[in-house]
Design a protein around this ligand. Sequence first.
Ligand code: 5AD
Ligand code: SF4
Length: 455
Amino acid sequence: MNDNTVIISEIKRLLGGRQPLAYVRSFGCQLNTSDGEKIKGLLRKMGYGFTEDEAQADLIILNTCAVRENAEDRVFGIVGSMKKLKELRPDLIIGIAGCMTAQSHIAEKIKKSYPQVDFVLGTSAINGLPRLLLDCLNGAKFSADIAEYDDFSAQAEQVRESSFKASVPIMFGCNNFCTYCIVPYVRGRERSRRPEDIISEVEGLVRDGYKEIMLLGQNVNSYGNDLGGEMSFPQLLRRLNAIEGDFWIRFMSSHPKDASAELIDAIFECDKVAKHLHLPVQSGSDGVLRRMNRRYTAEKYLGIVDEIRRRDPDFSLTTDIIVGFPDETEEDFEATLAIMERVRYDNIYSFIYSRRTGTKAAEMPDAVSEEEKGARMRRLLELQREISTEHYKRFIGRRMRVLVDDVSKKREGYVSGKSSEFIIVELEGDSSLIGQFVDVEITEAMNWAVRGRRV
Ligand code: 5AD
Ligand code: SF4
C-alpha cells in the first residue's frame, strides 16, 4: 500500500489552514466516474472542498475517457479554453487523469501543446495524486505519474456522487482485445479485487443506507479468473445477495462469450439481483463479430437470450452496438437490425465506430463513407424507438418496483426513477421520494419510459 500520510500532512501544512476548492469532472463510463469518486476522496483527505464552477477552483482535474475520439476532442477543447483561466490565475493547478493519459501520443501532445497542464495522473496511479500535488504546490513545472501500483483492491475512501446508488468496481482492466477497443491498452490486464474487500465495501454501503449497488468491470463475467478458483462472479453475486438489507444488485458489463449457465442461474436465484442484463452484442453479423474478435456468433448470443427468456419472458435486456465497423456491408448492418428485432431490447447504447490508434481495427481498410454510417445510425435508432414503444407496453397494468432518483425534468409534480428492469418510470410525487423504493402501477408506455401511479 502506498502510504500517503506524510505527504498529505505536508500538503495541509503548505495550505496553511485554508480550504482550497477542487473541480473534478469525469467523462465516459461508470468505472471512470468511480475513479473520479476516489480522486475526490483523496482530495477531501488533503483538505480540499469541491466546486462545480471551474472559475472558483484552485485545482481542476479532468478525468478523461479514450473509448471514442469525440470524447478526447471534447477534453482537448476544454483544456484549451482553460489557458485563459490559468493566465488570470497562475496559481491554478490543472491535472489530466483517466484513460487518455495512458496513450503515449496523447500524453506527448498534452505535454507539448498544453503548457497550462501541470500534471498527468494515470488510471492505475490514483494514489500517486498527493505526491503530484505536493510537487505542484512546491512549484514543479510538469509532473506525471502513470505507474501501476498494486494497491487497487483495498477499499479506497470516496466522495460518492449519490447517497443511495453506489458503484463498486470489482475488477480493473480487460484481457479481451476486441479489435476496435482501446481499453486493454489504457487499463491493462484484468485484475480482480479481493472478494473480502468487495464484500466489506458492499456491507458498509448497505449499512449506510445505499439501495443500489452497481458492480463494475469491463467484463465482470471473468471476475476471479486471476484468483486461482477462489471465487467466480456467480459465486460473488450469491455471496453479496446474502447480505441482509433492502437493496438491489446490478452489474456491468457482461461479455457474451463468458455468460455461463451458472451466471444465469445466479441471476434468477438471487432475489436482490435486478431483472436486467446488459449484454453488449456490438453487431449481428458473424463476419463483423469475427473481425471484432468477439469470440461468439449471433447464434450463440441468441442461445443466451433464449435461455433467459425461457425463464422469464419479460426479463429486460439492453445492449451496446457499434455502427460502421470497418467495411461493414449493408448486409452486415441488416444482420444487426435483425438481431435487434429478434431480441427486442428494452434499450440500446449505439455508437458510430471510432478509429483508435494502436488497435487492430485501426489498420483495417474501410470503404464505408461517414454519410452512410450516419444514415445507418438513424435507421438503427428509428427501429429501436419502435421496439421500445411496443415492448414497454408489456408493463401496462402491472406493478413495478422503482428506486426514485430525481424529480422529473419534463413534468412538474412528477419524479422519475428506474425499475428493477432498468426502465425509466415516471410517477406523481415530490423530492421526498428520492432515494426510496416505491411500488408503481404502470398506466402508460412511451418510447423512452413508462408512467404510472404509486400503490
Ligand atoms: N468505437 C465506437 N464504439 C466503441 N466502443 C468501444 N470502442 C469503440 C470504438 N472504437 C463501444 C462498445 C463498448 C462501449 C462501452 O463502447 O460498444 O461496448
Ligand atoms: Fe473493450 Fe472488448 Fe474489453 Fe469491452 S470486452 S473493454 S469492448 S476489449
